[in-house]
Design a protein around this ligand. Structure first.
Ligand code: C5P
Length: 335
C-alpha cells in the first residue's frame, strides 16, 4: 500500500457535437442518437490528490458552485468497484460554461474515472470504465477517449474517427440555460415500437433503419469527414429547431457566426452554446471580438493523440496503470 499521497493536475476538455441526430424514443426513456463528438481545447482544470487510507474520505473544492456535480459520484463508483478505501481531494477550476451542451460535468467525471485507478495502481479495463461512465451520464463514456468519435445508441456506444487536427473555431455561450430532458421532450419523437412498426415519423414511413435518409446522410458525413472538407459538409443538430423556437436569441447568434465567416455554424448538444468553425485561428479570434468578451471562446480541436498525451503528462509514472497504456498493450505488470 503506497503511503505517500500522489497529486496530479489534468485538463478536463470540453466537447462539441459536430453533428447530432435524434431518432426514436426508446423503451428505456432515452433517445436513439447518431452524433459526432469532438473534444476542443477549452478546459477545466482538475487537481487530484490520492492516498490509500483505512477510511474513505472524499473532498471537492470548486472555483464556483456546481449543481449536480458528477465528480464525487464518479470517485465513489471507482472506489466501490475497486473495493478500495482512500483519502481523495479534488480541486476543480471551472472554465467550461455549465448547462451549455459542452459536456463539462461529463468530462470532469470521466477525468476522475481515468485518474483514480491509475493513481491507485489498480488499472481498470476499457469495458469496465465504459460501464461505470455510462451509469454516470450519456456523454461521460466519450470523454474516456476524446478526439473525434461517432456516438450511437444513447451516445454511449462509441466508434473512433480519424483525428481532425488544426481546426479552429469559436464557441459562444450566452448563459441561457437549456434543460436537456426538456429539449428531448420538445422534439416529441415517436416511440421505438411505432418506428419499428413501419410508422417511422422521424424518417417518414421507411421500412428499415439502413434505408433511412437521415442515417444515409449521417453515414455519408462520417465517410467524408476530413479537416480539409469540413466547410463543405452538411452538419445538422436536430435540437436547433425546438431550442431556437424557445430562445430566438440563439438562432440570431448562429446567423451572426455565419455572417462573420463561420462554416459550418451549429448548436452543440441540446444547447445553449453555439459554435462556428473558421479557416484560421486568426479569423476565429477576430470573430470573437464581435461578441461580449465573457461569452466568446476561441478554440482548437483536440485530437485523440493530444488527449492521450495530456494524460501521459499528467499521470507521469502512473500512466502505465492507465487504460491508455492497457489499450495499446504498453501496460507491464510489475507484480
Ligand atoms: O444521460 P444523461 O443523464 O446525460 O441524460 C439526461 C437526460 O437527457 C435523460 O434523463 C433523458 O431525458 C435525456 N436523454 C435522452 N436520450 C439520450 C440522452 C439523454 O432522452 N440519448
Amino acid at each position: 500500500m503506497p503511503s505517500a499521497a500522489t497529486s496530479i493536475r489534468v485538463p478536463s476538455f470540453a466537447k462539441i457535437n459536430l453533428d447530432l441526430r435524434v431518432l426514436e424514443r426508446r423503451a428505456d426513456g432515452y433517445h436513439e442518437l447518431r452524433t459526432i463528438f469532438q473534444t476542443v481545447n477549452l478546459h477545466d482544470l482538475l487537481e487530484v490528490t490520492f492516498e490509500r487510507a483505512r477510511r474513505t474520505q472524499i473532498e471537492l473544492a470548486a472555483s464556483i458552485e456546481i449543481p449536480n456535480n458528477l465528480v464525487l459520484g464518479a470517485a465513489r463508483a471507482v472506489l466501490d468497484h475497486l473495493r478500495l478505501n482512500a483519502r481523495i481531494t479534488f480541486r476543480l477550476t471551472k472554465r467550461i460554461p455549465m448547462g451549455a451542451g459542452l459536456g463539462g460535468g461529463s468530462s470532469n467525471a470521466a477525468a476522475v474515472l481515468l485518474a483514480l485507478p491509475a493513481l491507485a495502481g489498480r488499472p481498470l479495463g476499457g469495458r469496465e470504465l465504459a460501464s461505470l461512465a455510462g451509469q454516470l451520464g450519456s456523454d461521460v463514456p466519450f470523454f474516456l477517449h476524446g478526439g473525434t468519435a461517432i456516438g450511437v445508441g444513447r451516445g454511449t456506444e462509441l466508434y473512433p474517427l480519424p483525428d481532425l487536427s488544426a481546426v479552429s473555431g469559436l464557441l459562444v455561450a450566452s448563459g441561457i440555460h437549456v434543460s436537456t430532458a426538456e429539449a428531448y421532450k420538445a422534439l416529441n419523437r415517436a416511440p421505438a415500437e411505432t418506428a419499428a412498426a413501419g410508422l417511422q415519423i422521424v424518417t417518414n414511413a421507411l421500412t428499415t433503419q439502413s434505408e433511412s435518409p437521415i442515417l444515409g446522410e449521417f453515414q455519408a458525413l462520417a465517410w467524408a469527414l476530413r479537416a480539409a472538407r469540413i466547410p463543405d459538409l452538411a452538419f445538422r443538430n436536430d435540437f436547433e429547431e425546438v431550442v431556437f423556437e424557445q430562445h430566438p436569441a440563439l438562432g440570431r447568434m448562429l446567423s451572426k457566426l455565419r455572417r462573420l465567416g463561420a462554416s459550418p455554424a451549429r448548436m452543440t448538444g441540446s444547447g445553449s452554446a453555439v459554435f462556428g468553425l473558421f479557416a484560421s485561428r486568426e479569423e476565429a479570434r477576430m470573430a470573437s471580438l464581435k461578441f461580449p468578451v465573457s461569452t466568446a471562446f476561441p478554440f482548437l480541436f483536440v485530437p485523440r493523440s493530444r488527449y492521450e498525451s495530456s494524460w501521459r503528462r499528467a499521470l507521469g509514472p502512473a500512466f502505465e496503470h492507465s487504460v491508455f497504456a492497457a489499450a495499446s498493450g504498453r501496460s507491464q505488470s510489475r507484480h
